[in-house]
Write a protein that binds this ligand. Structure first.
Ligand SMILES: [Zn+2]
Length: 373
């Protein structure tokens, strides 16, 4: 069944905005269920291609563990060979929705009525239904978008745990006091799970969107010095190769530890990217670097690296990093006065606690408080 939501506008008359969302495939259909994994989340060598929905109760024999089709349609079984039975499931014949980790399945080619005929029961050992949605081109899409599973309330922000810098290509760790040339930024961040009312339910799941931006000393964004990507879908092309452009090797999804390469662009034609600290002011990041400080995009001075992590309901955490500056001119006798040898140094890491104080209403609070690195 489709739910119709009316979102009143605050100005003028009430204008209904109709969003066609859909209910959950287990009872109670029109109530939020706990989601314990998201689209795009790490699964070691691949992306998780759906969401994991928990039943309302822990009693595996009760009716809350029965799964129903979201659409009235002919159902087909998804059966893996090799005894991999817990991953078996059912999908509708148009392949729009799939439901995995279920047994007592309907026979293939059975016509079922949505939310009336059960299509199977969740395995006790799995305790969740792996739910997949595809668009008409066969691309995996995010069932938590506003037009997806409803209701889904999330009031809890992602948590950025650390930011680190790596050499593009080799992945070698870069001292934050010695950044130069082609720099990759790795962000450890997770999104807390939410319970059936949208509150914090502990352990982390993958985030929806990640972003970094380079700001000048006064925190004005530097044009073009920004990158973000988000999991509205999964990359359609070579998703296995692109997995490693999203998740750094330190990722341990089973423990809820996710390290994202925020400098990459897994959905673009050039997925493997980096922050070029020596970018030419009139060239792209991948083109030959600036020959001198005069034509450098990042001139002498301090810069902020601002990192954001968002969940799909737009809750965000943000971390600032401040790499300093190409070497000051008065060091010209020690360091060749040549931009190609310049580097960022004296990097300090800050958390934007000012934001929290602003929230409390201390508007004049502008200082940043150093946090543990
Ligand atoms: Zn799953």
């Amino acid at each position: 069944m489709k739910s119709i939501h009316f979102l009143p506008l605050t100005i003028g008359i009430f204008v209904p905005i109709i969003l066609l969302s859909y209910d959950y495939p287990m009872k109670p259909f029109n109530r939020q269920h706990k989601i314990i994994a998201t689209l795009g989340e790490s699964r070691g060598t691949r992306f998780h291609n759906g969401v994991d929905i928990m039943p309302k109760t822990w009693v595996s024999t009760d009716s809350f563990w029965l799964v129903y089709s979201l659409v009235s349609d002919t159902m087909l079984r998804i059966t893996y060979t090799g005894g991999d039975t817990i991953n078996n499931g059912v999908r509708d014949k148009s392949d729009k929705y799939s439901y995995l980790h279920i047994y007592n399945r309907v026979d293939s080619a059975t016509y079922v009525t949505a939310f009336v005929d059960t299509i199977g029961r969740i395995y006790a050992s799995q305790a969740h239904c792996h739910f997949i949605e595809k668009d008409s081109s066969g691309r995996w899409i995010n069932p938590l978008r506003p037009e997806g599973l409803s209701p889904f309330i999330d009031t809890v922000s992602p948590i950025i745990e650390s930011v680190s810098f790596k050499r593009q290509g080799s992945g070698a760790h870069l001292d934050k006091n010695n950044l130069n040339d082609s720099v990759d930024i790795v962000v450890r961040v997770y999104d807390p799970r939410v319970d059936t009312t949208g509150g914090n339910a502990g352990r982390g799941i993958g985030i929806y969107k990640i972003q970094y931006e380079i700001l000048d000393t006064l925190k004005n964004p530097i044009p073009g010095a920004i990158n973000s990507y988000q999991f509205d879908s999964l990359p359609l092309n070579d998703p296995y190769a692109r997995y490693s452009l999203v998740y750094h090797d330190s990722t341990d999804w089973d423990s809820g530890r996710f390290y994202y390469w925020v400098t990459n662009a897994p959905f673009s034609n050039i997925p493997n990217q980096y922050w070029n600290t020596k970018q030419h002011i009139n060239r792209q990041w991948y083109e030959p670097p600036a020959e001198s400080i005069e034509v450098a995009k990042f001139k002498d001075g301090k810069y902020w690296v601002k990192v954001y992590g968002y969940d799909i309901r737009n809750n965000a955490d943000t971390d600032f990093e401040i790499p300093k500056s190409n070497p000051p001119r008065n060091l010209a006798d020690q360091i060749p006065n040549n931009f190609q040898n310049s580097k960022f140094s004296r990097v300090e890491i800050y958390k934007d606690l000012a934001k929290i104080f602003r929230y409390l209403g201390i508007l004049e609070f502008r200082h940043l408080t150093q946090r543990e690195v």
